[in-house]
Design a protein around this ligand. Structure first.
Ligand code: PTJ
Length: 246
């Protein structure tokens, strides 16, 4: 048991959850490594939502609200960390959740769909019936009524290849990635440099708050490259302040 007064309690709790979901066959072992990488970035962001991330979350909500066919793509880690929050966002947007995996197996996709349904999901797509062009990984396998026909796709913990393929197919991509320098971060239309555990509830909050007449202005004022530069500057600032600890 993790003592609640441990200084890294929250972070350790999420680790436990990932390990548990790994044992249940929802998360792949590579997902644990990916999470560790994310934790390192989260640490030098101060484990909070930095202002550029909040701006990106607002822009993401606006883009999702303006979409005709938004889809939320779910992998093993996201399902393990924020199942309830993903379902809430899906309902707020009336958008389907689609299980899309890098290390795909039919059995794991089904388990993830069942986990989401157990948290109240109404629309979960997990049986692909279409293959995306220009992508050789398992992530090419998508659903016709989901990612294949979506105009806006929200992705978390992503590999750059799929973001690139989705962009080439004319879709808008919103990425949640703690690494502001990753290829995904640079390729996406809107990159949220925040932990998925904070980002998903924040997007839901902004989806509920944003008024129709504000959408155009929010999107016009958002520039992903500028926002990524801002994120890196926040890391630099955090590291500068950390020098005082030494
Ligand atoms: O479930 P699957 O089969 O689709 O596989 C999922 C993993 C995560 C194994 C797969 O997508 C993968 O290998 O991802 P990458 O290429 O390691 O990319 C993960 C990215 O997400 C890295 O840039 C991490 O910094 C970032 N990341 C890790 N944890 C979080 C995160 N970003 C936001 N929130 C997190 N909790």
């Amino acid at each position: 048991m993790i003592p609640p007064d441990h200084p890294r309690y929250i972070s350790l709790l999420y680790r436990e959850r990932l390990v548990e979901k790994y044992k249940e066959g929802i998360v792949v072992i590579q997902g644990l490594i990916a999470h560790g990488r994310g934790e390192a970035f989260d640490y030098i962001l101060g484990e909070r939502t930095i202002p550029p991330a909040e701006r990106a979350e607002k822009a993401a909500a606006a883009l999702l609200l303006s979409a005709k066919r938004p889809v939320i793509s779910v992998n093993g880690n996201a399902a393990a960390l924020v199942p309830r929050e993903l379902v809430e966002l899906s309902k707020a947007l009336n958008a389907p959740l689609e299980v899309n995996l890098f290390y795909r197996s039919e059995e794991r996709a089904k388990k993830i769909a069942e986990l989401l349904k157990a948290h109240g999901a109404e629309r979960v797509l997990w049986r692909p019936d279409y293959e995306l062009e220009g992508l050789s990984s398992e992530r090419r396998k998508v659903s016709r009524e989901g990612i294949a026909s979506a105009d806006v796709v929200l992705v978390a913990l992503e590999d750059g290849d799929r973001t690139e393929a989705l962009k080439k197919l004319g879709k808008k991509v919103i990425a949640i990635d703690l690494n502001p320098l990753s290829r995904t971060a640079r390729m996406a239309d809107i990159t949220i440099v925040d932990n998925v555990i904070r980002a998903i509830p924040n997007i839901s909050k902004f989806v509920k708050q944003t008024k129709k007449e504000e959408i155009e202005e929010i999107l016009k004022n958002f520039n992903n490259r500028r926002n990524l530069i801002e994120s890196v500057k926040w890391i630099r600032k955090w590291l500068d302040n950390a020098l005082d600890l030494l």
